[in-house]
Ligand binder design. Structure first.
Ligand SMILES: Cc1ncc(COP(=O)(O)O)c(C=O)c1O
Length: 461
């Protein structure tokens, strides 16, 4: 592999402004005029907005229509200085936060004892739930060597939680349909298991795990079950009401003891808001933090963060109120209808195989072409897709940005071109070798390699 070439490609992709924008490595001695600063921001916006606006990006921006964005930005502005760390100063945030949690709980089958909290995103919701299970099991079951049963497709945030909180991940394989192997889940549960995890649906393939089956097993064994609906939680209820086959996945199932769901994805709010819900208030208490002896005073927080952006809570609350059930159902109908056509179009290309069934994600692999080369050629045509590994693949999560027919037609045309290009003999190029590398090297070496790539991205050396 040509390391120089690879780092050059990384530089081009992640540090494109090195020559074309002024550098600010230290505070300017005299402040830059606000108009000039805003002009710089507009230049960034102009350089980047077209990618996601014109549907070239998988997931990432889930709505993004101008009127919608303007409305949530105005709501943000009205509360931009507020902070729920001071509920006495901003009790309006207590009300809004409580209502976001309550509306989400209602949507996902929560009952009178369901409790929840807001976090900064799916990852933090998952971190909090895993910490809650660890602490609860230590107190109630005396478990000091806690384990979590994770299907291989569970979001990486669960691994991160294990890493941060001293939990052992017990990774179980997927079945041929890319959903968790329920028998393997059952076998992986041990006396040290504090929680079992299932996805509704998972990030890589958009495939639903058998949440009913797995949560029943967890329930029978007396362990917690976390349903990760970060991606699907704001689409699936409306998909079901539109007649799509959606198996039970939420708090209506007695074995589901917690669920994470992200307003900042298909809830169409600005980034920075997720909800974690628990069927038992005692579990939520295990995510709270209360400091009693600190000279700075009595201090409590409901999640990892201390200060939090009240503006984002206001923007999320405003978005959810203004869309209402009808708004969410309408958007879901458009997204699901487009995803169906997109998947059909992709699936009928020769050499392309869809990976698993999904209502709104199209994950696929190619043969004989190397799928990472196909992805690289699509990148040359402007597409930002997600590369998958173990096994190799690529995915497109369909959002409001993809509902126009012209976007679908453009993608399929570019896919045809990429398939032809990737069939020609050529050396791997662009960022494609990174995926091959991650699969070929030992985990430790991949870790070290990526540490230097991250340094390269953020520090340029
Ligand atoms: C299924 C699933 N869970 C969790 C997450 C993590 O969410 P976030 O990126 O908001 O931390 C994602 C993100 O795409 C996801 O798809």
């Amino acid at each position: 592999m040509d390391l120089e070439g690879l780092l050059g490609a990384v530089r081009q992709q992640f540090r494109p402004y090195e020559k074309s924008f002024p550098d600010f490595a230290e505070l300017p001695r005299k402040g830059v005029a606000q108009s000039e600063v805003l002009a710089l921001l507009r230049r960034f916006q102009r350089a980047e907005e077209g990618r996601w606006k014109e549907g070239y990006v998988s997931g990432a921006v889930y709505h993004g229509r101008d009127g919608h964005t303007r409305f949530s930005t105005r709501a943000y502005a009205l509360a931009s200085l507020s902070n729920p760390l001071h509920p006495d100063v901003w009790p309006s945030l207590v009300k809004m936060e409580g209502e976001i949690v309550a509306m989400t709980s209602h949507m996902l089958g929560g009952g009178p004892s369901t409790r929840g909290a807001l976090t900064s995103g799916g990852t933090e919701s998952i971190l909090m739930a895993m910490k809650a299970y660890r602490d609860w099991a230590r107190e109630k079951r005396g478990i000091t060597d806690p384990e979590v049963v994770l299907p291989a497709s569970a979001h990486v945030a669960f691994d991160k939680a294990c890493h941060y909180f001293g939990l052992r991940p017990r990774i179980v394989p997927l079945g041929p349909d890319f959903s968790a192997d329920v028998e393997a889940v059952k076998e992986a549960i041990s006396p040290n298991t504090v929680a079992v995890v299932g996805s509704a649906p998972c990030f890589p393939y958009g495939v639903m795990d058998d949440i009913r089956g797995m949560s029943e097993i967890a329930h029978d064994k007396g362990v917690g079950f976390h349903a990760d609906a970060c991606l699907g939680g704001f689409l699936l209820p409306w998909a079901r009401s539109l007649g799509y086959p959606v198996p039970d996945f939420d708090l209506r199932l007695p074995g589901v003891t917690s669920i994470s769901v992200d307003p900042h994805k298909y809830g169409y709010t600005p980034k920075g808001i997720s909800v974690v819900l628990y069927s038992d208030p005692e579990l939520l208490h295990k995510q709270y933090y209360v400091a009693k002896r600190w000279p700075g005073g009595i201090y409590f927080s409901t999640s990892m963060a201390g200060s939090r952006p009240g503006g984002l809570i206001a923007a999320a609350w405003a978005t959810m109120l203004s869309l209402g059930e009808e708004g969410y159902r309408t958007m879901a109908a458009r997204i699901l209808g487009s995803a169906k056509k997109m998947r059909a179009g992709i699936g009928e290309r020769s050499g392309v195989t869809l990976m698993g069934k999904s209502h709104f994600v199209a994950a696929f692999t190619t043969k004989p072409q190397d799928v990472y080369q196909v992805m690289e050629h699509l990148a040359r045509r402007g597409w930002f897709l997600n590369g998958l590994q173990n096994p190799p693949g690529v995915h497109l999560a369909v959002t409001v940005r993809h509902v126009a027919r012209s976007v679908r037609e453009r993608f399929l045309k570019d896919l045809d071109w990429a398939l032809l290009e990737a069939a020609r003999p050529s050396a791997p190029s662009g960022l494609a070798p990174i995926y091959g590398l991650a699969e070929a090297l030992p985990e430790e070496a991949v870790g070290e390699f990526f540490e230097s790539v991250i340094d390269w991205i953020y520090h340029g050396d």
